[in-house]
Write a protein that binds this ligand. Structure first.
Ligand SMILES: NC(=O)C1=CN([C@@H]2O[C@H](COP(=O)(O)OP(=O)(O)OC[C@H]3O[C@@H](n4cnc5c(N)ncnc54)[C@H](O)[C@@H]3O)[C@@H](O)[C@H]2O)[C@@H](O)CC1
Ligand SMILES: [K+]
Length: 502
């Protein structure tokens, strides 16, 4: 269960590792890649007889395709390799892979053949990998369009062609894989933005390369092992003061629900005492479904809380701005969400105060909020989510989660993570408020900022994933439902850690 975290490298990192490993590599990395991919295909994808279509491109990704095609030929499968570029311009390793394919009796065809009567057993995309530099067009784009129409498992080698390796952006058109086998290590483009919709299931074939040994990674895929050290049993001799006090600030007129959702999430995730400070003068004084919560006017909150969050339902009134300015000055772990981020974006002086805080600051923007904070826009943020999250983190000296498909967590020292849990059913009202509540609960219980952020983001998505496996979502999943399941998952992990000697 607590699998080690996997490193993620952008193109430059993969190239650096390859340059170090390749000179002495026997068999060549391409030979290893093609063979490993063929093994994955047999193990995971091919469930019927019939021919296999391999579309090969002009570079080394095409070379991987020819190695895979040769292995299938040698295993007695019928293979059609399609190749439409100039063989004279192939890089040497790929040219050798083509020659070996020919030596095995294969001969590439130069146009994409129509599917046989019974369909392809497998469609393999070996057109482009990490060397894609511009949008696909012309014949390559047509081929991808046609491959995407095939009623067969679709298998991408290293990257789905057309998907930018570093950012997950589709350049023109991209292959829609049911499975991607990626080589050496994960790449950000497989995990964020359009990546998950195009990569399908992802497996990593390391090709006997110890990537982290050659180049220490800055990026990692989020795994529970990253917060495993926090999963320690509660002491029997403890009391509610042992698990922190937290305050959620927000709840302007018409938006009390947001603050109450965050407060409920903080309570259900184990905080000792939870205050909700509400701006609405007509706000309820008790939450009848969670009478444990202490509801107060926003300006009457105790200042000695263990951690606080501001933003859910905050609005942008003068009172909200004053509350934010006060919160930033408290020497406590602080989560900023929603309109707290929008108010901060409009106040450069407050940004300077925030960046000088000694206690941890955690920001939970969606792309539009991140765009405002960076004085750019949503499109610019989405164009490179990892870079945007890192820039925000460095500028404001904060731990940041940039929400969205493949949430990116950035730390102010340059390390980053991409989360893989969650699904589109989470695109619904109140989901962000619940994340804020989960996060502040972990902070109040003493989790260090980075682990709390990783833990809350992972847990939030994992709870939604579990619910959708039970038929609750993706359609119609509500934020309230995530809270109870998140609690169940955290308790399950605690138990498991305990059983394993935690
Ligand atoms: N470098 C190596 O030794 C290894 C590479 N491997 C494979 O090789 C891939 C990288 O190989 P390459 O660097 O040759 O890159 P690719 O094979 O991804 O593609 C590069 C070629 O495509 C062209 N190109 C880029 N964008 C294009 C576009 N939009 N339209 C038309 N042509 C375009 C480039 O000019 C270049 O000729 C990896 O993804 C992996 O699959 C693996 O075999 C492992 C070892
Ligand atoms: K590919």
């Amino acid at each position: 269960m607590f699998l080690p975290a996997q490193p993620i490298y952008p193109v430059a990192g993969i190239r650096e590792i390859e340059a170090r490993v390749m000179p002495g590599a026997k068999p060549s990395l391409m030979e290893r890649a093609g063979r490993a991919a063929a093994e994955d295909a047999v193990r995971l994808l091919i469930d019927r007889p019939g021919p296999i279509l391999v579309a090969c491109g002009p570079g080394n990704n095409g070379g991987d395709g020819f190695v895979l095609a040769r292995h299938f030929r040698q295993a007695g499968r019928e293979v059609v390799a399609a190749y439409a570029d100039d063989p004279a311009r192939m890089p040497p390793d790929a040219a050798k892979a083509l020659a070996d394919f020919r030596a095995s009796g294969g001969e590439p065809v130069s146009s994409l053949p129509a599917a046989p009567a019974g369909g392809w057993a497998l469609v393999v995309d070996a057109l482009f990998g990490i060397g894609l530099t511009r949008p696909l067009e012309g014949r390559h784009a047509e081929w991808i369009g046609a491959l995407n129409q095939q009623n067969a498992p679709r298998f991408a080698l290293d990257m789905p062609s057309g998907l930018d390796t570093d950012t997950g952006r589709v350049l023109g058109i991209a292959f829609r894989a049911t499975h991607t086998t990626t080589f050496i290590a994960l790449k950000p483009g497989l995990l964020t933005l359009d990546g998950p919709d195009h990569a399908g299931e992802v497996s990593v074939q390391r090709l006997d390369v110890d990537a982290a040994g050659w180049l220490p990674p800055l990026g990692h895929a989020v795994r529970p092992s990253l917060f495993r050290p926090q999963l320690t049993p509660r002491a029997r001799n403890s009391h509610k003061g042992s698990y922190g006090d937290t305050a959620i600030l927000g709840g302007a007129p018409g938006m009390c629900g947001a603050a109450l959702l965050a407060a409920r999430a903080a309570l259900w995730l184990g905080t000792g005492r939870v205050y909700a400070g509400l701006l609405d003068p007509r706000a309820p004084t008790v939450d009848v479904s969670n009478p444990e919560l202490m509801l107060r006017p926003a300006d009457e909150l105790p200042e000695q809380v263990s951690a606080l969050a501001i933003g859910p339902g905050l609005g942008r009134s003068d009172a909200a701005a004053a509350l934010l300015a006060r919160s930033v000055c408290l020497d406590r772990p602080l989560v900023l969400d929603a309109d707290a981020l929008n108010l901060l974006a409009a106040d450069p002086a407050l940004q300077r105060v925030l960046a000088a805080r000694a206690a941890p600051t955690l920001l939970t923007p969606h792309p539009a909020e991140a765009g405002r904070l960076l004085a750019s826009d949503t499109a610019a943020v989405q164009a490179d989510r990892v870079a945007a999250a890192l820039e925000l983190s460095a500028r404001l000296r904060a731990e940041v989660v940039l929400k969205g498909c493949g949430s990116v967590i950035a730390c102010s020292d340059g390390r980053w993570y991409i989360n893989g849990t969650g699904h589109p059913g989470m695109a619904s009202a109140g989901m962000g408020d619940v994340l804020t509540g989960l996060l502040v609960a972990l902070l109040a219980q003493g989790w260090p900022a980075e682990r709390a952020l990783i833990g809350a983001v992972h847990l939030h998505g994992a709870a939604a994933d579990r619910l959708s496996r039970e038929g609750i979502g993706p359609v119609g999943l509500t934020a309230s439902e995530v809270i109870g399941t998140a609690r169940g998952l955290l308790n399950g992990w605690l138990l498991e850690a305990q059983r394993n000697g935690g």
